[in-house]
Design a protein around this ligand. Structure first.
Ligand code: ATP
Ligand code: MG
Length: 286
C-alpha cells in the first residue's frame, strides 16, 4: 500500500464576493493520480503555479479535496476522526525557516512538536537528542536559533518535524531562501534521513541539482502530472522539459549540448563523473 495515495484529486481555489457569490474558480489540481511507496524519495518539479504547493497542502489536510481522495497510510484526509493521525504521519517543512522557529533555545524548539503531541517529558528529550543528531546539529542544542545561518535554521526545523516521528516528510522548497552551502547541507540531511531512517521524502524544489539522487521525479504542469520516472529517464527528455519551462542539471545540459554538436553521448547524464567517463575516451580518440 502506498503511504500517499491521491486518486482523481481535484482542488479548486474559489474566490467569492461580499455576497458569497462565486467570482472565480481556479483549478489548481486537475484529477491527479499519484501513489508514493513507503521509504521512497520523490521530488516534485514544475513551473510556478503548476500546483505543487497545493498538492503538498492536501497531504496533511491543510486543504481538503474538492473532488477525489487523498489517503495517507490508508487514512482519508477528509475524515475528521483521522486528521490528527494524518498529521502525525506527514511532517511538513516550508520555505521560510524563520516562520517555523518558535522557541529561543534550539532544544526547546525541537521539543515543541512532541510536547504538543502529549509525549512524556523523558521521551521528549530522547527524541530531541535523536532528531538533532539526525540533522547534524547536536552541537547547537543550547544555542539561540536566531543566531544560526539559514541552512542551520532549516535543519532545526527539520529536526522539529523529525522529533514527531513522522513516516513521511514533505518539504516545499526548503532551500529557496538559502545560500548554496545551506542548500547542500539541507539536501544532504534530507537524503540521509531517507536512506538511513527510511523516512519517505517528498521534496518540492526548483533546483534540479537537488533531485538527481531522488528515486523518482514527478513533473507537474497546470495542475496535472505530465512526467513521472527515475531522474535519468526524466532528464533525458531535455526538449520536453524546456517546453515546460524547466531546467535540467547543468551537467545534463552540457552533455545534451555536446550531443547536439555531434559528440556521441547517451541521454540523461546526471553527474560530472559520468560525463567524464563518456567524454575521456572520445577526447582520447580525437
Ligand atoms: N490562495 C489562493 N487563492 C487562489 N488561487 C491560488 C491560491 N494559491 C494558489 N493559487 C493558484 O493555484 C495554482 C497553483 O498554485 P500553487 O501555489 O500550488 O503552485 P506552485 O507549483 O506551488 O507554484 P510555485 O512554484 O510558484 O510555488 C496557481 O494558479 C495559483 O495562482
Ligand atoms: Mg509553491
Amino acid at each position: 500500500m502506498g503511504i500517499i495515495k491521491a486518486s482523481r484529486l481535484v482542488f479548486d481555489y474559489i474566490t467569492r464576493d461580499d455576497d458569497e457569490k462565486v467570482q472565480e474558480v481556479n483549478r489548481a489540481l486537475d484529477h491527479v493520480d499519484l501513489e508514493i511507496t513507503p521509504g521512497s524519495f520523490v521530488a516534485i518539479l514544475g513551473h510556478n503555479g503548476s500546483g505543487k504547493s497545493t498538492f503538498a497542502k492536501t497531504l496533511n489536510g491543510i486543504l481538503l479535496p474538492t473532488e477525489g481522495t487523498v489517503l495517507i497510510s490508508g487514512m482519508n484526509t477528509a475524515d475528521d476522526a483521522r486528521l490528527l493521525d494524518v498529521r502525525r504521519t506527514i511532517g511538513m517543512v516550508f520555505q521560510n525557516p524563520d516562520n517555523q522557529i518558535i522557541a529561543n533555545v534550539v532544544e526547546e524548539d525541537v521539543g515543541f512538536g512532541p510536547e504538543n503531541l502529549g509525549i512524556p517529558t523523558r521521551q521528549i528529550w530522547k527524541r530531541v537528542d535523536e532528531a538533532l543528531q539526525a540533522v547534524g546539529m547536536s552541537a547547537y542544542r543550547l544555542k539561540s536559533p536566531n543566531r544560526l545561518s539559514g541552512g542551520q535554521k532549516q535543519r532545526i526545523a527539520i529536526a522539529g518535524v523529525m522529533a514527531m516521528r513522522p513516516k513521511c516528510i514533505v518539504l516545499d522548497e526548503p532551500t529557496a531562501m538559502l545560500d548554496p552551502n545551506g542548500r547542500k547541507d539541507v539536501i544532504r540531511t534530507v537524503l540521509e534521513l531517507n536512506r538511513r531512517e527510511h523516512i519517505t521524502v517528498v521534496l518540492i524544489t526548483h533546483y534540479m541539482e537537488e533531485v538527481v539522487d531522488a528515486d523518482r521525479l514527478v513533473v507537474m504542469d497546470e495542475g496535472s502530472i505530465v512526467m513521472d520516472g527515475a531522474p535519468r529517464e526524466v532528464f533525458s527528455r531535455v526538449e520536453e522539459l524546456k517546453r515546460l519551462r524547466l531546467d535540467v542539471p547543468q551537467v545534463t545540459e552540457l552533455a545534451w549540448e555536446l550531443k547536439q554538436g555531434g559528440v556521441p553521448l547517451p541521454d540523461g547524464i546526471l553527474t560530472m563523473d559520468e560525463l567524464m567517463t563518456y567524454l575521456v575516451p572520445v577526447l582520447k580518440g580525437a
